[in-house]
Design a binder for this molecule. Structure first.
Ligand code: SAM
Length: 230
């Protein structure tokens, strides 16, 4: 799968993909990343990419022409590309979106800067708009990386053990149950003794109960959502 980051600051993104699981996924060809910088498309003699807001308002906006030309040229070269804008006003990005988007061939992730992007460009080019949470960041690069990472984990072959996907948080309506590793006793804290006995169905039942309790405490909204769906 191909990911294109549309960003004024590709250097922010590059480092993230140079180590660990995603670097390996790129190396062996499970995914590819590339960059388009709207500044390269600016027809302004100083390569300007921002303008003050019309009608007042603090700060600058990303101006239409460089982004429009960058995205038009991307779409011409890759007509099936799915274009996602990152914005605090988008719909909340969830695990089921990550799974759905993992089936696309080419995902284009558009990162805003300054006070955001001229709305006409969003209307012209966005197939979807996602927010990664109810807070405002200085730019869309982190949200684009978040989205890319969450999608990439669902690509075949990226995670060594695909079973780890199945038991993770958000796969069902629950968060993941608490997990432990060696040693059995750490700073006088033990673990659920049943975990040491190797009865897998018993362990699964205990983990289910723990996952439920954890979800009820931290994310009661997930339980409500599951009830509403049932
Ligand atoms: N003025 C905008 C607003 O109030 O909605 C915020 C603009 S923000 C400073 C600049 C860019 O950061 C946005 O265009 C977007 O790409 C990105 N961004 C910031 N917070 C985000 C979030 N929670 N989810 C997704 N993208 C976000």
């Amino acid at each position: 799968m191909r990911f294109t980051f549309v960003t004024l600051f590709p250097q922010i993104v590059e480092g993230y993909f140079s180590a660990s699981i995603l670097a390996r996924a790129i190396e062996v060809g499970h995914m590819a990343i590339d960059f388009v910088n709207p500044r390269d498309y600016s027809t302004n003699r100083y390569k300007k990419v921002d303008e003050p807001m019309i009608g007042g308002g603090a700060g600058m906006l990303m101006s239409p022409q460089p982004l429009d030309d960058a995205l038009t040229s991307l779409r011409e070269a890759s007509p099936d590309a799915h274009v996602v804008f990152l914005s605090p006003v988008g719909k909340p990005f969830r695990q089921n979106d990550a799974k759905r988007l993992a089936k696309k061939e080419h995902l284009v992730l558009v990162a805003g800067r300054y006070e955001g992007i001229d709305e006409r460009i969003v209307e012209l080019h966005a197939d979807e708009i996602f927010s990664i949470g109810d807070y405002v960041l200085t730019g869309g690069e982190l949200p684009a990386m978040v989205l890319c990472d969450a999608v990439a984990r669902n690509l075949p072959g990226v995670l060594g053990n695909s079973e780890s996907l199945e038991t993770e948080s958000f796969e069902e309506e629950f968060l993941e149950a608490p997990s432990f590793t060696k040693p059995d006793l750490y700073r006088e804290k033990g673990i659920v003794s049943e975990f040491l006995k190797g009865n897998h169905s018993k362990i699964a039942a205990i983990k289910n109960r723990m996952a439920w309790a954890k979800t009820k405490y931290f994310r009661p909204d997930l339980i409500q959502r599951a009830k509403a769906k049932a």
